[in-house]
Design a protein around this ligand. Sequence first.
Ligand SMILES: Nc1nc2c(c(=O)[nH]1)N[C@H]1C(S)=C(S)[C@@H](COP(=O)(O)OP(=O)(O)OC[C@H]3O[C@@H](n4cnc5c(N)ncnc54)[C@H](O)[C@@H]3O)O[C@H]1N2
Ligand code: MOO
Length: 392
Amino acid sequence: MISIEKAIQLVKQHVKPLLKTTHKPVEKAGGYELSQDIHSPINMPPFRQSAMDGYALNLHDSLEYRLIGEIKAGDGQQPVLKPGEAVRIFTGAAVPDTANAVMMQEKVGINGNSITIQHPIEKETNIRPLGEQVKQGALALKKGTKLTPAAIGYLSSLGIQDVSVFQKPSIALISTGNELVEPGTDLSHGKIYESNSKMLLSALYSLKFYDVSIDKVEDDYTKTLTKLKTIIEQNDLVLITGGISVGDYDYVGKALNELGVEEVFYKVKQKPGKPLFFGKKENTSIFALPGNPAAALTCFYVYVYIALQNLMGRDNNQLPYVEAKSLSAFQKKGDRPQFLKAIYNNGTVEILEGQSSAMQQTFALSNALVFATETTTQIDINDSVETILLPV
Ligand SMILES: Nc1nc2c(c(=O)[nH]1)N[C@H]1C(S)=C(S)[C@@H](COP(=O)(O)OP(=O)(O)OC[C@H]3O[C@@H](n4cnc5c(N)ncnc54)[C@H](O)[C@@H]3O)O[C@H]1N2
Ligand code: MOO
């Protein structure tokens, strides 16, 4: 049995970036990271742009100007203004080269073809300079930038239609167990509804990993072997739940061994999630997560999360830890460090009742895991506790 720190270190060390790239239409590239620098094909803005509805002026010494025309957003004409002349202009319209300031209309009095501005203004006031955001040919966004909605908007404003991004891993979820039936069927005695695959699928979707398949296999050695063989060949990451403990019908470990999966570790000194297995076959990373749903999800957040970040080549690969003030008292039994389902709120954290690894209801209410170290025996109200914030 190894420590949590060692297990985390081994996952970091063994899961390498995928570095496969793909092209995506820009509007479908949200959540991906750029695999190349993007240089702007245009100046943005592409012309000197009015930032206000008002009057473009060719400045002179007086506050009075002669109105000689109008430019709306989208107009292409370039009237020539002499000093002391003005054109009516609107937000987003192209400012003529011969105008050197825009006065907002609230500060202008109109008298026929003549206007009076309330006070003198500085050159270039209310004019967005050509290429203010980015110049043609300059770096617009660099390799590795995560494409947020704002980034997609920015790239679209530069006329970019598709982008080269790092591909996401193909991920397989496999749940094992004779007791599992699908929601929608009647529960006969001894059966339960299968929930781990939907839980993990949802966790992956919330982290924007969408290339996910789901399979089920009974507690049968040959079927487990056959299923795992193809799945491991076809995917970058395989997450198996159940069948990894010491029961007579726990076939996952035996099958992985038979398939030549290199065991990086099996069993971690932690609660929940003790019988966690992590292994590698060529470039495929394989986690066998304990079947107990809360144990499987805890291991997902503590270990699989890191593997996912590493596959994407991201530096920041662990969930954020914060110190929080405990609103609850908790007595820890045994010497395994424990991840406790909890609700974090603004610097405080409530450790919930019902911490067993089968307790899905408790997890359903949680947004954090409090980490109780190996030597902790008691957490008191107002103690400062290490808390992992979950991406929920
Ligand atoms: N003699 C020992 N028994 C057990 C030990 C041990 O050290 N010695 N460890 C216990 C711990 S801790 C855990 S965690 C479990 C892990 O066992 P497995 O990974 O082999 O999981 P299963 O036995 O298949 O299932 C455990 C539990 O979870 C339910 N389950 C499984 N898959 C699903 C699913 N897809 N959806 C919903 N629920 C699922 C299953 O019905 C069991 O109740 O072993 C302990 N035993
Ligand atoms: O791994 Mo188990 O979750 O400790 O019940």
